[in-house]
Design a protein around this ligand. Structure first.
Ligand code: G6P
Ligand code: ZN
Length: 571
């Protein structure tokens, strides 16, 4: 214990409000230089405290997490000082400021499980997820509540209201920066105006998370499988915060050779990469796995996580598993995953995620929920045990173990399925074998997403106006066609979310969906989701989707209205 007996003074600083601190789907994301403006971070953090009631945090605990991106360390020290001055009793921060988003969720939940459910008010997560990092790139901040999940919209709106009119914030200088490199408990003594001692614990980034995973998976069994001579796995940390977790779990615990872990050192600029695990940005892994050009010697299993380690991409040898298929297959094979073996209550997917999951839940006779995009919409369903598993097309998969999606967890689910399917096999049952068997049983939801990034806002508006005008045209075009502007009523608290995207659906369930991204940091991004169901699993994806893609383009006039001949990214 590092002790201090002095009483720390508090300064109340006059500040000017910023008008642009409205959080998107997952917190406030802006360029680092925006965050470095005078008092920008301080205003936002003080607004979090202003949005809570004092008894929620006074003398209580707060977790500060970070994905290691540029400014993570500076911001962590600032937030510790604001927390002290606002009366927080105990700040928990990961070593080097690092805690993945799912590990932060686990951390908050563990503190409350051990100390009473109102002990930890929640967490401040310093991440812009999969957005690039570095001095000229993105930084981000979001608040997670005491359940470990992202704050709901009414709360983030409240923060925004405070940011627009904030005049003062409280800070305590505490002397030196906290040494984030060393795991230690610091008792900093009293802070002016409060009776309690202010403490900071620099904790292992991985321990609590690993302890949780041990209750979900059978690591001995996984180790035995992973060491099969005919099985080789690789993992790409993309220089994000999954690295330390991968090194512990895959290398130390499961025995995967160190050379098979790529880019697992956390870098503030993610090595100039775009830490988003998809076919475009994880190009090296995609090449190693022979996804676009079959390779005889490709590894049998490959995976990657994004900057804050909540997203995942799963690949087999020469084989890409779409995220929509991934959640469907994990659900269908729940009996292969130790912590789900005894049964699952239901499952959920975001609206643009393919209906592959629905075919599984139907067969299992369990409910499926279709939620708007954004992990927070799963929170109530998870809290009330209405679902055990959930997933999104945007490379997110998770369960009730935390209140965030979880990249490393998803990898362990896949390894558990592989281990189970390979019990006693002479020849390896591969990822592709598992997916093909799934398609043979359930049919296949062919799927693609077109992203038009960084459009002029006015052009994006025109596209959605045009779509609105085409809804009735589409509906009369063919028997059973429907076109709706998706809205969602939360089955637990009855809150309503409107305007969550346009769904143009054919009688057989095939569809195209348009929605505006909620995570971009500049301009507008339109996403088109194409989906075609077929009993024949052997079609070429582009061929299967051709006519739907053409209809989506003609309905929206996106090329004409934006001047973009083709999408920025197709996944
Ligand atoms: C974040 C959220 C996800 C969501 C995704 C959508 O990653 O955590 O839950 O699916 O954003 O991003 P978009 O850019 O499509 O709004
Ligand atoms: Zn993320």
């Amino acid at each position: 214990m590092v002790e201090s007996t002095q009483s720390h003074k508090i300064t109340i600083v006059d500040t000017q409000a910023y008008q642009d601190q409205k959080a998107g789907t997952s917190g406030l994301r802006k360029k680092v230089k925006v965050f470095r403006q005078e008092n920008y971070l301080e205003n936002f953090v003080q607004s979090i405290f202003l949005s809570l009631s004092e008894e929620e945090y006074k003398g209580k605990a707060l977790v500060i997490a970070g994905d290691g991106r540029f400014y993570n360390d500076v911001a962590t020290q600032i937030i510790i000082r604001l927390a002290a001055a606002n009366g927080v009793g105990h700040v928990y921060v990961g070593q080097h400021g690092l805690l993945s988003t799912p590990a932060a969720s686990a951390f908050i939940r563990k503190l409350n499980a051990d100390n009473g459910e109102n002990y930890c008010v929640g967490g401040v997560l310093l991440t812009a997820s999969h957005n690039p990092g570095g001095e000229d790139e993105d930084f981000g901040i979001k608040f997670n509540s005491k359940s470990g999940g992202p704050a709901l919209e009414n709360f983030t709106n409240l923060i925004y209201e405070h940011t627009k009119k904030i005049q003062q914030y409280r800070i305590s200088h505490l002397g030196n920066d906290i040494d984030l490199a060393t795991i230690a408990d610091h008792n900093l003594g009293k802070v002016e105006g409060f009776d309690h001692d202010f403490r900071v614990t620099v904790a292992s980034s991985t321990d609590i998370y690993y302890d949780l995973l041990k209750t979900l998976f059978d690591f001995d069994d996984l180790k035995a499988f992973v060491s099969r001579p005919d099985f080789r796995m690789v993992f790409d940390g993309m220089h994000g915060v999954s690295g330390p977790y991968a090194q512990l779990l895959f290398q130390e615990v499961l025995g995967v050779p160190q050379d098979n872990l790529f880019r697992c050192n956390v870098l503030p600029d993610f090595g100039h990469g775009h830490p988003d695990p998809n076919l475009t940005y994880a190009a090296d892994l995609v090449k190693t796995m022979g996804i676009f050009d079959n390779k005889e010697d490709a590894p049998d299993f490959g995976a990657a996580c994004d900057g804050d380690a909540d997203r995942n991409m799963v690949l087999g040898k020469n084989f890409f598993v779409t995220p929509s298929d991934s959640i469907a297959i994990i659900t269908a094979n729940y009996k292969s995953i130790p912590f789900l073996k005894s049964g699952i209550s239901g499952a959920a997917r975001s609206m643009p995620t393919s209906g592959a999951l629905d075919r599984v839940t139907e067969k299992l006779g369990i409910p499926v929920y279709e939620t708007p995009t954004g992990w927070k919409f799963f929170g109530n369903l998870l809290d009330n045990n209405m679902i055990s598993l959930c997933g999104e097309e945007s490379f997110g998969t998770g369960s009730f173990h935390v209140r965030e999606k979880d990249g490393v967890w998803a990898v362990l689910c896949w390894l558990s399925i592989l281990a189970d399917k390979n019990r006693g096999t002479e020849q390896l049952v591969s990822v592709a074998d598992i997916v093909r068997a799934h398609w043979n049983e359930y049919g296949r939801n062919y799927y693609q997403r077109y992203d038009y990034e960084n459009l002029e806002n006015a052009d994006a508006d025109k596209v959605f106006k045009q779509l609105e005008s085409q809804m009735s045209v589409f509906e009369t075009e063919s028997e059973g066609n429907t076109a709706v502007n998706f809205s969602y009523t939360d089955p637990v608290d009855q809150s309503v979310s409107l305007n969550q995207g346009y769904i143009f659906k054919y009688a057989d369930g095939s569809r195209f969906v348009f929605r505006l991204s909620g995570t971009g940091s500049s301009g507008a991004t339109i996403r088109i989701y194409l989906e075609k169901y077929s009993n024949d699993p052997s079609l070429v994806v582009e061929e299967a989707l051709k006519s739907i893609a053409e209809r989506a383009l003609s309905a929206s006039q996106i090329q004409q209205l934006t001047g973009r001949e083709r999408p920025t990214v197709i996944t």
